[in-house]
Write a protein that binds this ligand. Sequence first.
Ligand code: C5P
Length: 403
Amino acid sequence: MSKILLIVAGGIAAYKSLELVRLARKDGLDVTAVLTKSGAEFITPLSLQALTENPVHQDMFSLTDEQSMGHIALSRAADLVVVAPATANLLARMACGLAGDLASTLLLATDKRVLVAPSMNMRMWLHPATQENVAKLRARGVLFVGPDDGDMACHEFGPGRLAEPEVILLAIQTALSSAAPGKTLAGKHAIVTSGPTQEPIDHVRFIANRSSGKQGHAIAEALAAAGARVTLVTGPVSLPDPVGCDVVEVETAREMQAAVMAALPADIAVCAAAVGDWRVETVHEGKIKKSPGAAPPLLHLVENPDILAGLARAGGVRPRLLIGFAAETQNLRDTAVQKRVRKGCDWLVANHVGVGSDVMGGENNQVHLITAHGVEDWPLLAKTAVAEKLVSRIAAHFAGELS
Ligand code: C5P
């Protein structure tokens, strides 16, 4: 039975941690809870104890707790440490390595993976201090689930709501399984780009590519399921975040490139995003007015950076396996073979997007995998199956079986 150490910090969402415990117990997990001082303002230790069927720990200097299990042992006894809800204050203390109470001491002392479900007011979440702390923790390998966008207890709308207990449980299961033996990509870091980019023309209009993000998101999720730490850099899509991935949301090609470069070093990069080739040179302030009889505005376009080609030239931090995508309407195979060499990537996944193809937005994809050794034609598969097949090829590559 896998063991979870659940830290419940203060916040109106603390009541949802009780539902999380109920679901986790139903799923066969052993849960031991730690309730912070402010957490105990929202829920009682008695409720947690009744649901976990384990003693609840609250006090750093408890004589009884320290006698039966010291706080260092408590931090190591679990297979996974989960913080739900995590407040801005606790994230800041984690980022700084402070150990002023039992919860932060356990988080500093643990040798296990930590999964954090933040919950706070949207302005607190979006504050650069919190965002810097989150980036720091992510870089240290801390896993995040949520927060979601939504109505908040404080009558504002935005990001900061605790992820739903069912989603947190899914993230727990993914984190537990990625630590298990047989996870072929455990210890590897993968960057995946997905979705379209949007290049603003003015404050209301933009140029974008057709892309649902389904294929890129499926690849990110399959990599995470194989045990890799995944940074998914995505343009605007209407898909849920894939389970177990660190998600960075961007809009423009230049933002996507900056996020990808900031996520290096990585062992694997899969560039599945439909990146806009051009952007408008000067974004118009406000909205361009349409006046009767006036000529339409002329847009002067300039070229965007090529993220994939940039990674190929990244010298010492070039990912060891760099995979690009090619969506073509004509001469797919030949164009893709040449594109692999021109872009400097190791593999290229090529698919038809011509008339009659339902690749964009659809559930299926028929691709060719182009490597230095030739072209493989894969059958028509669900995008999730393409992702799994690609990830097993990636695993085989790292196992030294294929190049
Ligand atoms: O040249 P083309 O757009 O067909 O190349 C497609 C591949 O290059 C994809 O892997 C795409 O993600 C990547 N790409 C990129 N940055 C760009 C344009 C394309 O990473 N600016």
